[in-house]
Design a protein around this ligand. Structure first.
Ligand SMILES: [Zn+2]
Length: 398
């Protein structure tokens, strides 16, 4: 703050009343509520609510996903399966090892030959609105038998030569000249070798532009995460944070909320406030590294919560436009692709790297904003101290 002599009387008056107003508006910080108190109600199939793991491969320990390469009579392969495999392995596997702190060990099992599928399956893709760029729905297709049948046909072709007994999910790589231009996920229960494959993704030809991050976005769907992109300008809800939003964004590591939902964060790493009239204060460490408390969660409704986490330019976020305390709201009632996560913008009139939310974090220091308030829901989250990469965050729920 600059020194303004003419404002001194006002400043003095403010100082004199400060202790009184503080004691009225913010209760003393107490011990956090149990983390379970900050769980929200279940939502739809892909939501920010708790995951029903009967429907998704659980990303704990080694998880095997089969990778099948398919071409078509009218779009024969003109690349090698090795070159296609190298787009994703081991980079996508390493990405998950980093984001999960080593808890999720994705093991891609490739069947290294092109499987020839009928031209009709390619023609259906060419006609599909998702592939024609006319459809901006989320890239999860659960209501289209024509697109779904490609997975069943590929498994049937590979089955005599490939063991699906321990395969939890299927990664499909269509030929470069196929009509599958946009990646998507689906959830066909495909029986093979006495096993049920729960989730599948088509790593479409957009992979030549997107690279490994396409698998890490579609893989998020396979693990139950919803799409968080959309909103004003296409990325107006979450900017470049979390791969489920802008997959090419500068800070693609998953939100702490997503890591907790996936089981990569223990309950002991969540500082929860779910009691009206309460306040907590907690030191939070960067989400990109494993130790310490990863988030302050304020659950203010049955389906809604605010989360405050720390982002630094480390790990998967080395390209982050800005650092500090990222605050966002989740609502488990909001469907995938309709904005289930909304990042709160500390700097609403500025942008970074072309997106308004890329410098959304709250912080201490010149030009920074330290306090977020949702008056209607009586939630206040405040950055109170900073030490190295860690921040102390105070939250109150009135
Ligand atoms: Zn998606």
């Amino acid at each position: 703050m600059r020194f303004h002599p003419r404002r001194l009387p006002l400043a003095l008056a403010a100082l004199l009343t400060l202790p009184l107003s503080l004691s009225v508006s913010t209760p003393a910080a107490a011990a956090p509520d149990p983390a379970r108190s900050c769980q929200v109600s279940p939502g739809g199939f892909l939501s920010e609510g708790p995951t029903d793991w009967r429907n998704f491969p659980r990303p704990a320990g080694k998880v095997k996903m089969a990778m099948l390469f398919v071409d078509f009579a009218n779009a024969p392969a003109d690349t090698s399966v090795e070159s296609e495999l190298n787009l994703f392995s081991p980079v996508s596997e390493n990405w998950y090892a980093a984001s999960s702190y080593g808890k999720f060990d994705l093991d891609i099992l490739p069947y290294k030959r092109w499987l020839r599928l009928p031209a009709t399956l390619n023609d259906q893709a060419l006609q599909h609105p998702l592939m024609r760029g006319e459809d901006h729905r989320p890239d999860v297709v659960t209501d289209d038998p024509a697109l779904a049948s490609i997975f069943r046909n590929a498994v049937a072709l590979a089955d005599p030569h490939f063991d699906f007994a321990e395969t939890d999910a299927l990664l499909l790589v269509p030929s470069r000249r196929s009509g599958y231009t946009r990646g998507y996920a689906t959830f066909e229960r495909i029986q093979a070798d006495g096993n049920t494959i729960l989730a599948e993704t088509n790593l479409a030809t957009s992979r030549y532009r997107d690279g490994h991050i396409l698998l890490n976005h579609e893989g998020g769907h396979l693990l139950s995460l919803p799409d968080t992109y959309g909103g004003p300008g296409g990325f107006g809800w979450t900017g470049g944070w979390d791969v489920m939003g802008h997959m090419w964004g500068p800070a693609p590591d998953h939100f702490a909320w997503h890591k907790w939902k996936l089981g990569w964060l223990a309950d002991t790493q969540i500082a929860c406030l779910a009691t009206r009239g309460g306040a907590i204060e907690q030191t939070v460490t960067p989400v990109e590294t494993e130790p310490g408390t990863k988030a302050v969660v304020v659950r203010y409704g049955a389906s809604t919560a605010y989360i405050a986490e720390v982002r630094q330019r480390i790990g998967l976020d080395t390209r982050a436009c800005d650092t500090g305390v990222l605050i966002y709201r989740i609502d488990s009632r909001t469907p995938s692709g309709s904005g289930p996560v909304r990042v709160m913008d500390a700097q609403p009139n500025t942008s970074c790297g072309g997106l308004g939310l890329n410098n959304a974090p709250f912080d201490l220091g010149p030009g920074e904003v330290a306090t977020f308030t949702d008056a209607a829901n009586r939630v206040r989250i405040q950055v109170v101290a900073k030490s190295g990469a860690d921040y102390t965050v105070r939250a109150s729920l009135g």
